[in-house]
Design a protein around this ligand. Structure first.
Ligand SMILES: C[S@@+](CC[C@H](N)C(=O)[O-])C[C@H]1O[C@@H](n2cnc3c(N)ncnc32)[C@H](O)[C@@H]1O
Length: 376
C-alpha cells in the first residue's frame, strides 16, 4: 500500500518533492503564506492543500502514516521553567504534538535550524524531545548538511525522525544497500550506560542521538559516511545572466577597497572582505566553493559573487539549483518572492535520503527508482 503523507508548514513543497521521488502520496498539506500556496498548488496535483493558519485547520487533517513539518522556530514561554523546562503550549511545535497525539501516524520527520540544539543552553531542544518521546515514538535526531547531498550549499539542519511500533534503519546505517543497524549494534546502543533522563541534560545537544520515553542518549559524530559527490557553485551557475543581477557601480567601487582573503570558510570561497575576517564587511564570494546558507532574509539576496567576468548576485534559478528544486519551480512569482521561498525551503535531496532511513518497507524498488529518476 502506498504510504500517505501530510505536509505541515509546506512552503513550496520540499518534503513533497522528496516524497514523490520515493513513491509516497501527499494527501493533505497546509501553509499560511499566500505565495507559497500559489506555487504549491501550481506545482502539485492531487491531495488537498489548505491555505491558512494551521491552528484553525486541525479538524481538517485526515489520518496518515507519515507527518512532515519544517516547523518555524519560535521561543517557548518560560511559564513552565520551574523544572528547567519551558512551555511549548501555544507554539507551532505544540500543534505538531497535538497532531501526533490525534492521528498517531507511524512516522514523522521534522526539520529545523541548527541552533535548535544549542538555544537556551539546550533547554529548547530538551523540551521538544521530552514532548515527542512521551508520545511513544522512538526518536532519532541528526544534524545534516546540504553539501553532503550533491548541493553546493553549507546548510546545516536538524532532522528529527520518529517511529512507532518499528525500529528504523537509523541515520547510522550506510546508504548503498540500505542496510540496517545490526541487532548487536542496536542492543549495544539500547543498553549503553549513557542513557539519561532528558531533564538531566543541561547543555548544547550533540549532533546525533536517540530518545525514548523521556530517556536519551547522544554522541557527537565526526563523520558523515554517506556524503555524496561534492557539487560546487561553479557546476551550477548560469552561463548567461543579464545585467539586472550585476552589482551596482557603487558596490563594485567599494569592493575595490576590500582586502584580498582567498580562504574557504565552511567550504565557502571568500575572495575579498572589507576587514579581512571570514564573514565581515563587504564580502565577495567565489564559485569554487559552496554557497553560504540561503535564507529568506532580503540581505542575503544581495550577496556578492564574482562569476566569470561578472560581479553579481545569484539568480532565482541558481537559488533553485542550490536548494535542489527544479529550475522553474517558482518562476511565476516576482524574483524577490522566489528568493524568500527557496531560502525557507528544506532541500528535497536531503529529505529524500532521510525518509528511507525511517520507513523500512516503502513499497518501492529503490534501485529502480534511483536508476530511473533524475528528479534531483
Ligand atoms: C521553514 S518554512 C518551511 C518550508 C517548507 N519545508 C518548504 O520546503 O518550502 C516554514 C513555513 O511555515 C509557514 N507558517 C508559519 N506560520 C504558520 C501557521 N500559523 N500556519 C501554517 N503555516 C505557517 C510559513 O509560511 C513557512 O512557509
Amino acid at each position: 500500500m502506498t504510504t500517505q503523507m501530510v505536509e505541515l508548514f509546506a512552503g513550496i513543497g520540499g518534503f513533497r518533492l522528496a516524497g514523490e521521488a520515493l513513491g509516497i502520496e501527499t494527501i493533505w498539506a497546509n501553509d499560511i503564506d499566500q505565495k507559497a500556496a500559489q506555487i504549491y498548488q501550481q506545482q502539485f496535483k492531487g491531495g488537498t492543500f489548505v491555505q491558512g493558519d494551521i491552528k484553525k485547520c486541525l479538524h481538517q487533517i485526515p489520518n496518515h502514516q507519515l507527518l512532515t513539518a519544517g516547523f518555524p522556530c519560535q521561543p517557548f514561554s518560560s511559564a513552565g521553567k520551574k523544572k528547567g523546562f519551558h512551555d511549548p503550549r501555544g507554539t507551532l511545535f505544540e500543534v505538531v504534538v497535538q497532531i501526533l497525539q490525534t492521528h498517531s501516524p507511524s512516522f514523522f520527520v521534522l526539520e529545523n535550524v541548527k541552533r535548535l540544539l544549542s538555544m537556551d543552553n539546550g533547554q529548547h531542544f530538551a523540551t521538544i524531545l521530552n514532548s515527542l518521546s512521551s508520545l511513544d515514538y522512538l526518536i532519532e535526531w541528526r544534524l545534516l548538511n546540504a553539501k553532503h547531498f550533491c548541493l553546493p550549499q553549507h546548510r546545516e539542519r536538524v532532522i528529527i525522525i520518529g517511529s512507532k511500533n518499528s525500529v528504523p534503519k537509523s541515520f547510522l546505517a550506510t546508504s548503498p544497500d540500505f542496510c540496517t543497524l545490526s541487532d548487536n549494534q542496536l542492543t549495544q546502543i539500547a543498553g549503553h550506560h549513557r542513557w539519561i533522563n532528558i531533564t538531566k541534560h543541561d547543555q548544547k545537544f550533540p549532533n546525533w542521538g536517540l530518545s525514548y520515553h523521556h530517556q536519551m542518549i547522544g554522541f557527537q559524530l565526526t563523520h558523515f559516511y554517506d556524503a555524496q559527490n561534492s557539487v560546487l557553485l561553479t557546476d551550477i551557475v548560469q552561463k548567461q545572466v543579464d545585467s539586472r543581477f550585476d552589482l551596482t557601480q557603487e558596490t563594485q567601487a567599494r569592493l575595490k577597497n576590500s582586502q584580498r582573503v582567498n580562504k574557504y570558510y565552511n567550504g565557502v570561497e571568500i575572495l575579498y572582505n572589507q576587514k579581512g575576517g571570514a564573514r565581515m564587511g563587504y564580502t565577495l564570494f567565489g564559485i569554487n566553493g559552496v554557497a553560504p546558507t540561503l535564507t529568506s532574509s532580503t540581505s542575503r539576496h544581495y550577496e556578492r559573487y564574482r562569476i566569470g567576468n561578472q560581479y553579481r548576485r545569484l539568480t532565482p534559478v541558481e537559488y533553485a539549483r542550490i536548494q535542489g528544486f527544479p529550475d522553474n519551480h517558482c518562476e511565476r512569482l516576482p524574483i524577490y518572492d522566489q528568493y524568500a521561498l527557496y531560502g525557507n525551503a528544506v532541500p528535497p535531496p536531503m529529505v529524500k535520503w532521510v525518509i528511507p532511513r525511517l520507513i523500512n518497507d516503502l513499497s518501492v524498488d529503490f534501485h529502480r527508482l534511483n536508476n530511473q529518476m533524475e528528479l534531483f
